[in-house]
Design a protein around this ligand. Structure first.
Ligand code: GDP
Ligand code: MG
Length: 741
């Protein structure tokens, strides 16, 4: 037997699914976290029932991927029972979907979820009355507290035994009853299943239904009046039915006039003016907790003396300051992996090619990814807490207004935020954007956000440029540069490629919840799994390939000078391409070109590739020990013919170019078009190249920035002038011209 869980976003389907199946699906507080359906099984007293968690939807129209997935599953795969999960704190809105599900020829039961909240508010729902109105069983549950679940499954199993014919309350009890009955009869005659559902869909002018039964829909369209918006009529009928029949279903303190706790918190957190600054402060705190080396600012205050000969404890907990929890964990993992690396290196015969392959190639690459896992986990722990509490849904709402100016809506915010962690889940999360324009644009912007794998590059360069005295500013600057490029890029894309307004942003704000330990841990495990998988596959594979390409010559000899290797030779040929960016110049230029190329496979490779060239241990780079870095990598960087501007151009290029092959794969998975993915890759490379060149030239000749500013000012001036003239013409030409917009 198979049951499908259907319901609005945030009604608690995934929580219910996890509680029933003991599974660990992602529970999120914004629409559409579950776009793909998920299957698991419920086992109790020897019975096994398959349960499917469908994506959250507001209706069964084909406007969003979630709606299509849910609808196709219910119609084509015919689950034995549809469990309609209803957020009982938001009854009327949730029942809108219920009226649609009931049109299908399938046993349905209504599961009133979140009854624990209801109970706390001393409210009660008349389940018998609801059951009578809708003609299906109604059960009260709390997915979160695990209440009523077995009873629900028992009722559902019973419902599965008796087939049910769909009914339409929108068609039967409204101004379009006659039309509906005619349409229904046509489907019945044709012997098509789900006649009630299809009849309503045909009236609504539903595209999927048009394709499915073109002949019948044509007949029905002939009955319809031209120019009448039947879709609106149907929607209206649904709302009227719900409000008239279910009005008295909720008893107890009606419509609390008093502000709920959530509302009170929202007054502060989603304030028109303070909302965004508060969010920035919260994020700053999160980044500080994760990355800071001076957690309580004791170092800055000079409260802790710096020790000249740091012990291992100093390496872990900080010297002259206290490290943030994230940094401490990072150090622990880093020491552990480098010790492990030493053990492995010690076990290998020295000087052989395979020792070099294992030590420099595999261990170097994989360990550098592993050592960042704790920090990434800490970052995600905080983000999951913010997410699970319901705050992140609010942030998307706050950001909506700002994003609209760039042709995006608040929905793009979360995928883009995820990109600070890793572009792969970020790009995958664009599934939740129903507007294809917005989805493509968000994918195009995704790599500009500095992901976790890029951070070591900034840290390494920050430690050598300007003698390491501006490290925090350099790292911060790279994050800001990425955001700035994304904004400019969004404006240009909106102007020239994806014209038009952003889609409307409707989203229900869930009540604030205390984050659930289990949910939070589930999030973490999923992120960790992703990174472990990456380390074990892509990074390990890529490091081996890079190792071969940088150690073997075209004649398949093990080379002494890596400049003679395959990649070295290729890079030498192509390094002129990067002369305009400064880092392709000079004797060492090809090394930076190779590092930048390897970064296209995975950004984790950049530092380890440079490290190999600097003739030092990869892990020494990761430990961020000033002396080691400045002597080895520093020599390499100071040998750059283009000087510091070239180093910044190199960083900018790495920030903006193709983030990694995994991200390209994820983008392909979302775009599903060879042409578009090539266009995206081309766009990223172009932006990286242009911005890299700008950074180099402005850094080398500061007056170039004056010319640029003059050009931009001139362009704005011309645009304002042209617009003014056009407006004048319009207002002269006819009284209909609108003014003031
Ligand atoms: P989905 O979008 O339908 O999959 O909903 P989720 O399972 O992601 O749940 C949305 C939010 O509602 C989460 O923060 C859950 O913790 C919360 N939630 C789910 N079920 C209940 C419940 O029975 N009671 C309460 N108080 N919260 C719940
Ligand atoms: Mg879900």
């Amino acid at each position: 037997m198979r049951f499908a869980l259907a319901g609005n976003p945030n009604c608690g389907k995934t929580t219910l699914f996890n509680a029933l199946t003991g599974s660990t699906a992602h529970v999120g507080n914004w629409p559409g976290v579950t776009v793909d359906k998920r299957e698991g099984s419920y086992r109790k007293k020897g019975v096994k029932i398959d349960v499917v968690d469908l994506p959250g939807i507001y209706s069964l129209s084909p406007y969003t991927p979630e709606e299509v997935v849910s609808r196709n599953f219910i119609i084509d795969e015919k689950p034995d029972v549809i469990v309609d999960v209803v957020d009982s704190t938001n009854l009327e809105r949730n029942l809108y979907l219920t009226t649609q599900l009931l049109e299908l020829d399938a046993p349905v039961i209504i599961a009133l979820n979140m009854t624990d909240v209801l109970q706390k508010d001393k409210r009660k729902i008349d389940t018998e009355k609801l059951s009578e109105v809708f003609g299906v069983p109604v059960v009260e549950i709390s997915a979160l507290r695990g209440k009523g679940l077995d009873e629900m499954m028992r009722v559902a199993a019973k419902a599965a035994d008796s087939p049910r014919k769909g009914v339409s309350f929108a068609g039967e009890n409204s101004g379009i009853s006659g039309l509906y009955r005619g349409a229904y009869a046509l489907y019945e005659q044709a012997g098509v299943n789900n006649a009630a559902f299809r009849a309503v869909k045909a009236l609504e002018g539903d595209e999927l239904e048009k394709n499915k039964n073109p002949r019948i829909v044509e007949q029905i369209e002939r009955l319809c009046e031209e120019g009448t918006d039947y879709e609106a009529l149907v929607a209206d009928a649904r709302y009227k039915f719900i409000s008239s029949r279910c009005k008295d279903a909720v008893s107890g303190k009606k419509q609390q006039v008093k502000l709920s706790k959530s509302d009170k918190i929202d007054r502060v957190l989603t304030h028109r003016i303070w909302g965004i600054p508060l969010f920035l402060i919260i994020m700053l705190a999160v980044f500080h907790l994760t990355f800071s080396e001076d957690f309580l600012y004791l170092g800055a205050m000079g409260a802790i003396p710096e020790i000249a000969e740091p012990t291992i404890w100093n390496d872990i907990f900080g010297n002259g300051a206290i490290n943030a929890p994230g940094t401490i964990l990072f150090n622990l993992m880093d020491i552990a992996t480098s010790r492990l690396g030493e053990v492995i290196a010690g076990a290998m015969p020295e000087g052989t090619w395979y020792a070099s392959l294992v030590n420099d190639g595999i261990c170097g690459g994989v360990f550098s990814v592993l050592s960042f896992i704790p920090q990434i986990l800490v970052l995600f722990l905080f983000l999951s807490i913010l997410e699970d509490s319901g705050y992140m849904a609010r942030v998307a709402f706050i950001m909506d207004r700002a994003f609209r100016k760039f042709g995006l809506s608040g929905k793009s915010f979360l995928p883009l935020l995820m990109c600070f962690g890793c572009a792969v889940p970020g790009i995958m999360a664009t599934k939740t954007l129903e507007d294809p324009k917005e989805r493509k644009m968000t994918i195009l912007l995704a790599p500009f956000f500095s992901c976790g794998a890029k951070m070591p590059i900034w840290a390494a360069f920050g430690a050598i440029l300007f003698g390491g005295s501006h490290r925090d500013l350099i790292v911060y600057g790279m994050y800001v540069l990425g955001i700035a490029v994304a904004i400019v890029s969004a404006i240009l894309l909106k102007k020239f490629v994806f014209k038009g307004e952003a889609s409307a942003f409707i989203m229900e704000l869930p009540e604030y919840h205390r984050p659930q330990f289990r949910n939070t841990m589930v999030h973490l495990w999923q992120k960790l799994k992703h990174y472990l998988f990456r380390a074990a596959t892509i990074i390990a594979g890529a490091t081996v390939v890079i190792w071969f390409l940088t150690n073997i010559s075209f004649t398949f000899r093990f080379v002494e000078d890596q400049g003679d290797s395959i990649l070295g030779q290729i890079a030498k040929v192509f390094s002129w391409l990067f002369v305009p960016l400064g880092f392709g110049m000079g004797e060492n230029g090809w090394m930076f070109v190779v590092a930048a190329f390897s970064g296209l496979i995975a950004k984790e490779m950049v530092v380890s590739t440079l490290g190999t060239f600097a003739g030092m241990e990869e892990d020494a780079l990761e430990v961020e020990e000033g002396q080691l870095l400045s002597t080895a990598l520093g020599t390499l960087v100071s040998g750059m013919a283009g000087g510091a501007p070239a180093a910044f151009a190199f960083m900018a290029f790495n920030l903006l170019s193709v983030p990694c092959m995994a991200a390209v794969g994820a983008a392909y998975g979302e775009l599903r078009s060879g042409k578009q993915i090539w266009a995206a890759v081309g766009y990223w490379m172009l932006v990286a190249y242009v911005v890299g060149a700008l950074v180099f030239w402005i850094g080398t000749y500061w007056w170039i920035s004056l010319i640029l500013i003059a050009l931009i000012a001139a362009a704005i001036g011309v645009k304002v002038y042209v617009d003014k003239n056009r407006k004048k013409k319009l207002s002269l030409g006819g009284g209909a011209a609108k003014s003031g917009d």
